[in-house]
Design a protein around this ligand. Structure first.
Ligand code: ATP
Ligand code: MG
Ligand code: MG
Ligand code: MG
Length: 575
């Protein structure tokens, strides 16, 4: 490929709404372009990365015996009514009407459509097991689309679905997918962890998330460095023995309060920016009488929750919290005239803005809200003598240093980006949708199903979170838009440079290497800066001076200096 033919659109500045490195760099490198909130065009440079992700996923899915198909993006509501999800899904499901006022949905995932295929096509146990997958556009009307491709509304997911005779067989299909996922994520060259996830009604060890390790990840994962134990926070919490923190959480009641203040409202009121990492700026407010009426609004506090551990926040490891200073316990005591209970940690941005009264010491049973839309917590209190808590809304029962459930060591907590999720579904869809096959005994039985997702367009963002520096992206070879970039110096002036560059381009291309020749005639500085931003891992510079010695200059994106390679050896060197 030649740069003059391609579309390269790098930017000096990232847009203001780009808060994390991957979003900033994908915008600056011209990989994506925003069309609407959470809706992006995959520009030619970005699409090449996505295609490589897809190719790896497709190859490993096929190797694992899965079969590809493509299901419609727009699906009739009737199917979704059969499973009950048309009602149950909530506002993330985009519902649309056609000209005849018939309801449709835009697929957020495709269990219904595949179950419909299964019940029509898989009639006998002889046809089982089957695993069908697609790599296709999804739409979820996320409440807060953000971080570019990381949490888009329109995105691409690989979703696979398995059909089995019984639960044992379904678990085997699930295990097989687990292996395929490891093969896939190994090939991307990223640091990741497979963690146990909550499997809801089915129970048992039948759901795993694949989490790419990154400080900006939205999920907290719990693992034991001395053993195999790894789980997402939800799952770890569910299994943890009830301690004082759980007791405190139980003392609080979650009450529906639709239409009450949200985090955004509170942040606006306090005049602070609601950063993405501060998931739940929480306010403590409103004293209620026993009929639930607001007696008076007392204090607005800025509580920093997030899923971040207190120590993480204190250590300044949480981006977006730089503006916050944590009040010391004596400060809080002096301020409120009482001991802080588990309402902390309290992030006081200086100067803290406290609206209304200061009668905290006299109060009990706070209503504590805005950490979750349409819900508030009651029973929140000061002065309760509890160990140092991490959060308000989900007072953690699991903290760093706790004994691992397998007893083999202490727990550590880190942040992750969910890039894949595998799940045994059981008969969750086959029973309500009456999807059965004839078993060996001649009787109809519902399929035991599984589902397996990979965030195709989220993956490049996760890769960048792990691989970037002040100059730009550093792609792992496996998913780089181009593997090698040829940068000729003075191509327009020197016939030798032009000839050598074109020859090398053709040789590398013929050898199956994804090569880009920058023939735009840019000055070296600008040309290098572009490719460092875009993150092509291997660069070869062709210059008159080098050619006189029969040499080219090679530099890996992570190298600090170039090294010389003989013209005749460069192909072998890069292969
Ligand atoms: P999350 O917890 O991030 O909201 P999820 O658990 O809702 O994700 P799944 O239903 O498990 O997502 O979907 C499978 C995969 O699709 C996820 O593991 C993730 O990689 C990807 N994915 C989900 N939502 C989005 C999104 N809004 N943008 C990009 N990728 C997404
Ligand atoms: Mg989600
Ligand atoms: Mg999730
Ligand atoms: Mg998931």
């Amino acid at each position: 490929m030649k740069a003059s033919q391609f579309l390269i659109s790098t930017l000096k500045e990232a847009p203001a709404d780009a808060e994390v490195a991957s979003h900033r760099l994908m915008m600056r490198a011209g990989m994506i372009k925003k069309l609407g909130a959470g809706i992006y065009t995959y520009m030619p440079m970005g699409l090449r990365v996505i295609r490589k992700v897809e190719a790896i996923v497709r190859e490993e899915m096929n190797r694992a015996g899965a079969v590809e198909l493509t299901m419609p993006v727009v699906q009739p509501a009737e199917l979704w009514q059969e499973s009950g999800r048309f009602q149950a899904y909530g506002p993330e499901l985009l519902r649309i009407k056609d000209r005849h006022e018939r309801d449709f949905v835009v697929q957020p995932t495709s269990e219904e459509a595949i179950t419909d295929i299964g019940r029509q096509e898989l009639r006998s146990y002889r046809q089982l097991p089957k695993n069908l997958y697609q790599i296709q556009t999804k739409f979820r009307d996320e409440r807060r689309p953000r971080f570019g491709l990381m949490r888009g509304r329109e995105f691409v997911m690989k979703d696979a679905y398995s059909f089995d005779r019984d639960l044992e067989a379904a678990k085997r299909s699930y295990q097989q997918m687990g292996q395929a996922y490891r093969a896939i994520f190994d090939r991307f060259g990223l640091r990741y962890r497979a963690v146990a996830a909550d499997s809801g009604a089915i129970g048992g060890d039948v759901s795993q998330e694949f989490q790419v390790i990154a400080a900006t990840g939205e999920d907290a994962i719990v693992y034991c460095p001395d053993s195999e134990y790894a789980a997402n926070m939800e799952k770890a919490e569910a299994l943890a023995p009830a301690g004082p923190r759980a007791a405190a959480a139980q003392a609080m009641t979650r009450v529906p309060t639709p239409g009450k203040a949200t985090c955004e409202d509170v942040a606006q009121l306090l005049g602070v920016a609601l950063t993405t990492t501060v998931k739940s700026l929480v306010l403590a407010t409103d004293q209620h009488d026993d009929r639930g009426n607001v007696v008076k609004t007392q204090v607005w506090l800025l509580l920093v929750r997030g899923d971040h551990g207190l120590n993480e926040i204190k250590a300044g490891k949480v981006p977006g919290l730089d503006g916050f200073r944590f009040a010391t316990v004596p400060e809080i005591e002096a301020h409120f005239g009482t001991k802080p209970g588990y309402l902390g940690p309290i992030g006081l941005k200086q100067p803290v803005k406290i609206v209304a009264d200061r009668e905290v010491a006299l109060m009990a049973d706070w209503i504590c809200g805005a950490n979750e839309e349409d819900y508030h917590l009651t029973g929140v209190n000061w002065g309760r003598d509890l160990p140092e808590p991490d959060t308000v809304a989900d007072l953690r029962n699991v903290v760093e240093g706790d004994l691992s459930p397998d007893g083999k060591g202490r727990l550590a907590i880190e942040r992750g980006i969910e890039v894949g999720h595998i799940f045994v579904l059981g008969t969750k869809y086959s029973v309500p949708m009456n999807a059965t096959f004839l078993d060996e005994d001649g009787k109809p039985k519902p399929f035991q199903m599984g589902c397996y997702g990979i965030g195709i367009t989220r993956l490049p963002a996760a890769a960048i979170e792990q691989n970037n520096d002040e100059r730009g992206i550093i792609w792992p070879d496996a998913i780089a838009p181009f593997t090698v970039v040829l940068c000729p110096i003075g191509m327009d002036r020197s016939a030798d440079v032009k000839a050598a560059a074109e020859k090398l381009h053709d040789e590398l291309a013929a050898a199956g290497i994804d090569v880009m020749l920058d023939d735009r005639g840019e000055r070296p500085g600008a040309m290098f800066a572009d490719w460092e931003l875009i993150g092509v891992p291997h660069r070869v510079v062709i210059s008159d001076r080098g050619l006189k010695e029969g040499q080219l200059e090679y530099q890996h994106r992570r190298d600090t200096a170039a090294s010389k390679v003989a013209v005749g050896e460069v192909l072998d060197f890069l292969r």
